[in-house]
Write a protein that binds this ligand. Structure first.
Ligand SMILES: [Cu+2]
Length: 153
């Protein structure tokens, strides 16, 4: 009887295991930061090959904390908001890109240098923990100043 139960359990677990890894992280990068700047911004695209999922949070060994943020223009003023989660539709993708949703790396332990690979851990409701890296790119000078000013952490 117990052997039979074991097989039944394994049969149930197999499809669950296959569900993990349905989320693919693409084009992850962060902007290089100066020494005076304690906050960095990260961007990536989440492609979902399976059922609807939800990004619950991120963490980076490079910073004291990491948050999910949205950004929008409101009457010419850039507004930032902390997001608790980000929904990823079934068989869809969500882009975190400049001017929109992004990752905020708060309390950087060292400046992000161009060419560096920053490890990032993403936690999903269904896919679990997904590890990726952000490639550090040179700062984009135009249009990003307001972003840094909005962050008074
Ligand atoms: Cu932000």
């Amino acid at each position: 009887m117990s052997v039979r139960n074991t097989f039944a359990t394994l049969a149930l677990l197999a499809p669950l295991a296959a569900l993990a890894g349905q989320i693919e992280v693409r084009d992850g990068y962060a902007h290089a930061t100066s020494t005076a700047q304690p906050v960095g911004a990260g961007f990536l695209t989440l492609a979902n090959g399976g059922a609807a999922d939800r990004l619950l949070g991120v963490s980076c060994s490079c910073a004291q904390s990491a948050e999910l943020h949205s950004m929008s223009m409101d009457g010419g003023v850039m507004k930032m908001r902390k997001l608790d989660t980000i929904d990823i539709p079934a068989k869809g993708s969500v882009a975190l890109e400049p001017g929109g949703m992004h990752l905020m790396l708060i309390g950087l332990k060292a400046p992000l240098a161009e060419g560096q690979q920053v490890p990032l851990e993403l936690r999903f409701d269904k896919a679990g923990v997904v590890r990726t890296t952000l490639k550090v790119k040179a700062r984009v000078p135009a249009g990003h100043e307001g972003h840094e000013h909005m962050h008074k952490h």
